[in-house]
Design a protein. Structure first.
Length: 366
């Protein structure tokens, strides 16, 4: 997520096509075909269309990647054995704000590097001012902490180190060996935020947070060599990690949420049978979602292992980011919450549909 996730902030976006409708060149034709004013005066500069500014901000904030965020809080609520509620919604809002704060801060911190290596990005291309990006990062961080406070003290106690991790990663840790670890910690804290907001505690959600953080660690490690390519060992390690996580997610026996465990107490007529059906359904769903996770991440990792070129490495990073959603859903199913798992899984096609929209075509998911 530059902040959570999974979603590494320093991943380069693909070159974007030039946006039409920009200002006319001095002395050139005015948009619409009119000739330059007589006397050699420069044609008036056409105002930048609103869609151009909106597109630049959508690119800066990587809006399609937002669909990987709500699953953190939902998986955390499921892992804590609680049903999602209004506090879960506040946790999701906090996660979204902190995620976008990390995106804006990432590009502000990398503006000089991007000017040399990725001039098409919104800040070096002049489509977003650096001060505007920094202001947005500060405002989004404040909004994220305020929403977490609205979800209760336990949620704020998790959101505060999460925000600190986001800023530490973007401003200092990103280009150090601690960068992938910080990114993994941020994604794990994001899941714990959902658990703290919904159930008031995080202990039960710690195993799920560790699994999600491990996936993020692998994706971030691969992303660090995607601009120039590199060794096959990193994507190979990510491929092995994907296999291990798939086994852990699909092998663990799902347990019903806390409310259902209480209803299934010994001695209640029919409770054992209903619990067994629920557990079997969650087990089948966790297996299917675990397979979807493996299929999404493993193939691009394998290609990057065979040929660690920049192009294939970038595809591997994209595959790892997309695999975050089925992993979140599998973790929810593993916790015994089939409904939450299906809700999270539905975010994947929604995100792809949003990214394919005409206005989103040039927006990178990373």
């Amino acid at each position: 997520m530059s902040r959570t996730g999974d979603t590494p902030r320093d991943t380069p976006a693909p070159p974007a096509p030039v946006t039409s409708g920009g200002p006319a060149a001095p002395g050139g034709p005015v948009p619409g075909g009119a000739a330059s004013p007589p006397g050699g005066a420069a044609a008036p500069r056409a105002p930048r269309p609103r869609s151009g500014r909106a597109g630049a901000w959508a690119e800066l904030l990587r809006l399609p990647a937002l669909f990987t965020v709500p699953g953190d809080a939902l998986a955390g609520a499921a892992a804590a054995g609680a049903r999602p509620g209004p506090r879960t919604v506040l946790a999701i809002g906090s996660s979204l704000c902190l995620y976008e704060a990390g995106m804006a801060l990432n590009d502000w911190a990398d503006r000089e590097e991007d000017a040399a290596e990725r001039p098409h990005r919104p800040i070096p291309s002049g489509r977003v001012r650096p001060c505007a990006a920094l202001t947005a990062a500060c405002a989004l961080t404040g909004a994220g902490l305020a929403l977490a406070a609205g979800a209760g003290r336990p949620a704020l106690a998790v959101a505060t180190p999460l925000a600190a991790t986001v800023w530490a990663y973007d401003l200092g840790l990103k280009h150090t060996p601690a960068g992938p670890v910080a990114m993994a910690a941020a994604r794990g804290l994001d899941l714990l935020l959902g658990a703290a907001a919904t159930a008031g505690g995080t202990r039960a959600a710690a195993p799920s947070a560790a699994l999600l953080g491990t996936h993020t660690l692998a994706v971030t490690a691969v992303s660090r060599q995607e601009t120039r390519g590199g060794s096959s060992l990193v994507p190979l390690a990510a491929l092995a990690t994907t296999g291990l996580l798939t086994r852990l997610v699909t092998r663990g026996r799902p347990r019903p949420p806390a409310g259902r465990r209480a209803a299934a107490a010994p001695g209640l007529p029919g409770s054992t049978r209903a619990t067994d059906r629920t557990r079997r359904a969650a087990e089948v769903l966790a297996t299917a979602l675990g397979a979807a996770y493996a299929a999404t991440a493993a193939r691009p990792y394998a290609h990057a292992t065979l040929n660690p070129s920049p192009e294939l490495t970038q595809r591997a990073v994209g595959g790892g980011i997309r695999a975050t959603v089925p992993l979140q859903a599998a973790l929810a199913a593993r916790s015994g919450s089939a409904v939450t798992a299906l809700l999270v899984a539905a975010l994947a096609p929604a995100g792809r549909s949003f990214a394919r929209r005409a206005s989103m075509r040039k927006v990178s998911v990373t």
